[in-house]
Design a protein around this ligand. Structure first.
Ligand code: GLA
Length: 661
């Protein structure tokens, strides 16, 4: 019985082959979906192979790969399973290549590059759920028998679920217990499936799923899946986060992510669509005076774009707003002594645009059906090479001679009406995946043609916050909700998986535009410090006492940013859990310096101070807290705790900077 495929631990399982747990592959040449691949050979080598058209972790000097080749005699396909080991970081990445060596077409109907059978089920599953303005909410629940899953059918990884899950001991804490972490280096529809099975074991699958994926392979063709990654921690959930942070920062994100990011002033919450040369040159002047590095012109700069009902697709300069043209405007911004960034949303089109009127067939749609609008826009068909070529062309023309330092690439609606004019009836099921490949092609082109440009990705905030996008851009706007208190949980969720340096975070005006809350300017600064740090407000209109604080905040960013970008992140107390306060810290790798952020969300009566137990310090080292004389050992600060003195009022905060004494 123990040799039955239904109970055996598998590295890849095949639909219809007697393994009745969720399968990794459903593929056949004869329409049955049944395959049965058997081992043929394997080899190991240093480094890794490139994944055709897909983002993937970069090899370093220690990277090694195992390639296992299997064959299915009936379909004539070869299956290659790749295991790339990043030993220093405790990460193994997995992807698969299917080669059709037979004479007939083969159809793949499910593809999950990562399978892990764990011989126990006394585990809990951690995943994230959310929505627009409320991304990455933590949830943790005991595994049960049956299938548990998170996924996306939106064509982007989505605000709603992230392609990350973890399985941990029932008692696992930040520092203790085992945790297995899984992620997908991909930015489209996905599926993470977990089954607590009949043997009290656990099967984990990460991949493209079946509902939003099918692919037809002609004779001689091959298909390469995106890569999924897994890590293991014997020292709690915090250690798992740090494994992912190190891996994503060093091996996935572009090398510019290791450098300081500019402090930007973004125009969105400051002006929305009401922008023009005069207003923005005022901003540029103020920005320079205040110490910002860059002005980012958000939505509203191009032809007929005065609200969100029109203009997407028509990437032409707007002479009403910029009378001498874009290039001349940018020159004037630069003359003020700051850099310049610009917003684009290449994947979209408004029906009210010249592009749509000329090429309605370039939008996703199903013949005979009325397409669904979202934010008054439709999605361009990124699976159609003509569309990609058009976009490359139009952006080249519009930005020729315009001195741009930074692009913010947005994507503001999910995919619906999944039909492509460019694909045959047989291949329509490939659209979700081909869309992502087309989008990657455009991103790849942008970063290779313009290597000096800093790319920030965004998808209505965090709808595409994933390792795939981080391969191209060292930062992603993590939520349209800029309220400092809401951000505590959004950023905590994001930082459970992704490095702090990747999180787009800005100080914005109050009452906050999303929730109407008023928080101290100081707290807004401290919270944004955990991410890329920047501003999104009208510097010319905010209260004088707030404006006066900005140079200090910018100096604070410069003082701490190396630590925030490169240090190890520790969660200490979560406001989402305790409803009163939040605390997290970043510790320098050699443990000589640390920065902790404490936010008292709600004040309580008769609480004169709050004891927090720092983490990540060296118990043997002596430390001093900036502004205080006492010398503490790391042991004391971590195990006896530190009393944060009374902060009067809600939403008050403190930064606690510790250096070795
Ligand atoms: C999205 C982004 C915002 C802003 C607007 C512009 O919502 O997340 O930051 O760029 O689009 O339309």
């Amino acid at each position: 019985e123990h040799n039955s495929p239904d109970v055996f631990a598998q590295e890849c399982s095949f639909y219809g082959s007697g393994d009745f747990r969720p399968n990794a592959l459903r593929l056949s040449a004869d329409g049955t979906g049944v395959s049965d691949f058997v081992y043929k050979s394997h080899r190991t080598f240093r480094g890794r192979l490139a994944l055709d058209g897909l983002p993937a972790a970069r090899a370093d000097e220690n990277t090694q790969t195992l390639e296992v080749t299997l064959v299915d005699t009936v379909s004539g396909c070869r299956l290659k399973l790749y295991y790339t080991v990043f030993a220093e970081l405790d990460i193994i990445s997995r992807y698969m290549v299917i080669e059709n060596g037979g004479e007939h077409k083969v159809r793949i109907d499910k593809c999950m590059p990562l399978t892990l059978d764990i011989p126990r089920s006394d585990l809990e599953m951690i995943s994230f759920y959310g929505r627009h303005n409320k991304e990455l909410n933590f949830q943790r629940a005991p595994l049960h028998h049956g299938i548990q899953s998170v996924g996306s059918k939106r064509g982007a990884t989505s605000h709603h679920y992230n392609p990350f899950i973890a399985l941990c001991d029932r008692k696992a804490t930040e520092e203790k217990g085992e945790a297995y972490g899984f992620n997908f280096v991909y930015s489209g529809s996905f599926l993470d499936e977990v089954e607590g099975d009949q043997t009290n074991g656990t099967r984990v699958l990460v991949g493209l799923g079946s509902e939003c994926f099918s692919y037809t392979l002609g004779a001689g063709e091959s298909f390469c899946s995106p890569e999924a990654v897994m890590t293991y921690s014997a020292n709690g959930i915090g250690h798992m986060s740090r494994n992912f942070h190190g891996f994503i920062r060093n091996n996935v994100m572009p090398s510019v992510s290791l450098e300081p990011h500019p402090v930007v002033l973004n125009t969105w919450e400051a002006c929305y669509f009401r922008i023009n040369e005069e207003i923005l040159l005022d901003f540029a002047r103020e920005a320079k005076k205040t110490g910002f590095d860059m002005l980012v012109m958000d939505d509203g700069w191009f032809r007929k774009r005065n609200n969100d009902r029109a203009g997407l697709g028509d990437w032409f300069e707007n002479r009403e707003k910029f009378p001498d043209g874009l290039a001349s405007f940018v020159k004037k911004v630069k003359a003020e002594g700051i850099k310049f960034g610009i917003w684009v949303e290449p994947e979209m089109v408004n029906p009210d645009s010249d592009l749509y009127r000329a090429h309605p067939e370039w939008a996703l749609r199903v013949e005979g059906r009325e397409p669904l609008l979202s934010r008054h826009q439709l999605v361009l068909d990124m699976a159609n090479d003509e569309v990609i070529d058009y976009l490359i062309n139009i952006f080249d023309k519009t930005f020729e001679g315009v001195d741009i330092d930074y692009f913010k690439w947005d994507m503001n609606r999910p995919l619906a009406d999944i039909g492509s004019y460019a694909l045959s009836a047989e291949c329509q099921g490939e659209l979700y995946h081909r869309y992502v490949l087309g989008m990657y092609r455009l991103q790849e082109r942008l970063v290779t043609e313009f290597p000096h440009i800093l790319l920030e990705n965004c998808s209505g905030g965090g709808a595409r916050f994933d390792a795939g996008m981080l391969y191209y851009s060292p930062q992603i706007w993590c939520s349209d909700d800029t309220d400092a208190i809401e951000r505590l949980s959004i950023q905590e969720g994001t930082a459970l998986i992704y490095p702090l340096s990747a999180m787009g975070a800005h100080v914005s005006d109050c009452p906050n535009h999303t929730v109407g809350r008023t928080t101290p300017f100081e707290t807004r600064g401290y919270v944004a410090l955990a991410g890329t740090f920047g501003y999104e407000l009208d510097v010319t209109k905010i209260p004088e006492e707030d404006r006066a604080m900005i140079p200090e905040q910018v100096a604070m960013y410069h003082k701490y940013n190396d630590l925030v970008r490169e240090g190890d992140y520790y969660r200490i107390a979560s406001y989402s859990e305790n409803r009163y306060f939040d605390c997290y810290g970043v510790v320098k790798k050699d443990k000589t310096e640390a920065l902790y952020t404490f936010v008292q969300v709600l004040s309580r009566p008769n609480y004169h101070s709050r004891r927090v137990f720092f983490k990540g310090l060296d118990p043997e080292k002596n430390y001093k807290i900036e502004g205080e004389e006492t010398v503490y050992t790391g042991d004391v600060l971590m195990n006896a705790g530190y009393l944060v003195q009374n902060l009067w009022g809600d939403f008050k905060s403190r930064l606690i900077h510790i250096v070795e004494a």
